[in-house]
Design a protein around this ligand. Structure first.
Ligand code: NZQ
Ligand code: ZN
Length: 399
């Protein structure tokens, strides 16, 4: 096991009805709140109403910023940051999926520094990110996730898209750890089957990427990862079949948080190449992150088992999909088949062409994945590098 340091300072409050305590919780962190949320779902589902009632009940002053789009954009973040500054907000409350929570973290940064967020985006052409990361100053952040997928509720990262330059990449730093995450599984009842499935694939992908690319002598982490992958598969399906199954929603939400707060990957040091290959897709085509991951995964596995530790994928198949074959090569094939069957079952099996991707853009996107994603901590080069040619082959295989 590799040396590591792990600090998870976010206080987690989990359970049915906990959203109604948001006012009393937020009150401890500031006097004026910028409530950052998406454009429509929290109004339709009533979760925004629950939170604003609770803030009012606790006598907390707030402004709602409801402009965050899926795959949140730099210009939206800059607008939110400006409002937070002008209105002298001293705490940022995020309500929504990964997009609202990531935008809230970026807004909390811009609110303090008054710098445009694109300067912080890792790998960006225009940025000063090498000087500005890790982010050490931001307004206090509190998160209330409404979708189980990204773990953004309790980690120190955010992913922002600069639509003008077609760059989607991360910002991170200790100041971005939320002070409190309020996890109320009932808020996720209304997530559509399609986004529930994409979320399950997202947490699953984070888990397998560290597992496939990191140090092999970290069995505790491997077994935690395998358990979390089994839960993503099991409870993802149960939540799709019965959206108001509290137990399924609770397990799925907790799995996503645990998958992305560093516990599974610490001491293993894995990297996240599939995420970076997908981020280029979302940056150019604004597609759902989890759907992109599902499309890429079978081709990624086919690509890497040619050269890199097929016994890891074989173990994944045996532990997560009950593959009983002893031969590693046969077990790898059976694992990929089991994954495809899972994606078909939950409705995430798709092609790039079907999502409107143009074939002539594949080469550019492969090169951009290396340029934007090929630097920094989670780099493609961190453990087992993929070349632009191999990334292009992956895109072509799933076209
Ligand atoms: O846009 P609104 O109106 O809010 O509706 C959203 C959106 O359309 C809707 N939704 C959310 N909660 C709902 C709901 N609909 C009904 N009922 C609810 N309770 O679902 C749609 C997708 O929401 P979004 O927030 O975009 O999804 P997700 O949570 O998957 O977040 C994706 C973003 O997170 C980034 C992704 O790259 C992507 O930009 N990631 C962030 C990470 C992090 N901070 O650690 C890691 C992840 O790997 C990921 O890269
Ligand atoms: Zn992800």
């Amino acid at each position: 096991m590799l040396n590591f340091s792990l600090n998870i300072p976010t206080k987690i409050i989990f359970g049915k009805g906990e959203v109604n305590r948001s006012g009393e919780i937020v009150k401890d962190y500031g006097k004026k709140v910028l409530l950052v949320t998406g454009r429509s779902s929290t109004k339709k589902t009533g979760s925004l109403n629950k939170v604003t009632m609770s803030l009012q009940g606790a006598g907390v002053d707030f402004i709602v910023f409801d402009q965050v789009e899926p795959n949140p954009r730099a210009e939206t973040v800059d607008r939110g940051g400006q409002i937070a500054r002008e209105e002298k907000c001293d705490v940022i409350l995020a309500l929504g999926g990964g997009s609202a929570m990531d935008a809230a973290k970026a807004i909390a940064t811009v609110a303090v520094s008054a710098r445009p967020i694109h300067e912080y985006i890792r790998g960006s052409k225009t940025g000063l990110w090498k000087e500005l990361l890790p982010i050490k100053e931001a307004l206090p952040i509190i998160t209330i996730p409404t979708l189980a997928a990204t773990g953004s509720e309790a980690n120190s990262g955010a992913v922002i898209t600069n639509w003008e330059t077609k760059e989607k990449s991360g910002i991170s730093g200790p100041a971005l750890f939320p002070r409190v995450a309020i996890l109320d599984p009932e808020l996720t009842y209304t997530v559509s089957a399609s986004y529930t499935a994409d979320g399950a694939v997202d947490m699953f992908t984070h888990l397998y990427e560290g597992y496939m690319t990191g140090d092999e002598n970290a069995n505790v982490q491997d077994e935690i990862t395998e358990g979390l992958m089994r839960n993503a598969v099991k409870y993802g399906k149960l939540a799709i079949d019965n959206p108001e199954d509290y137990n399924a929603r609770a397990h799925l939400l907790w799995t996503s948080t645990l998958a992305l707060i560093g516990i599974a990957n610490s001491g293993r040091g894995g990297s996240f190449p599939v995420h970076q290959i997908e981020h280029t897709l979302s940056a150019h085509y604004d597609i759902s992150h989890g759907r992109g991951l599902a499309i890429l995964t079978p081709a990624y596995f086919r690509q890497i088992i040619k050269k890199d530790r097929p016994h890891r994928l074989a173990r994944l198949g045996r532990q997560v999909f009950n593959i009983t074959l002893d031969d590693d090569a046969a077990a790898c094939e059976a694992t990929i088949e089991a994954l495809v069957a899972w994606f078909k079952e939950i409705g995430t099996y798709d092609t790039l062409k079907n999502l409107g991707v143009k074939k002539e853009d594949l080469k550019l996107m492969a090169d951009e994945t290396i340029r934007v994603g090929g630097l920094g901590q989670n780099s493609l080069a961190a453990t087992h590098p993929l070349s632009a040619e191999e990334i292009l082959q992956i895109y072509e295989e799933v076209y």
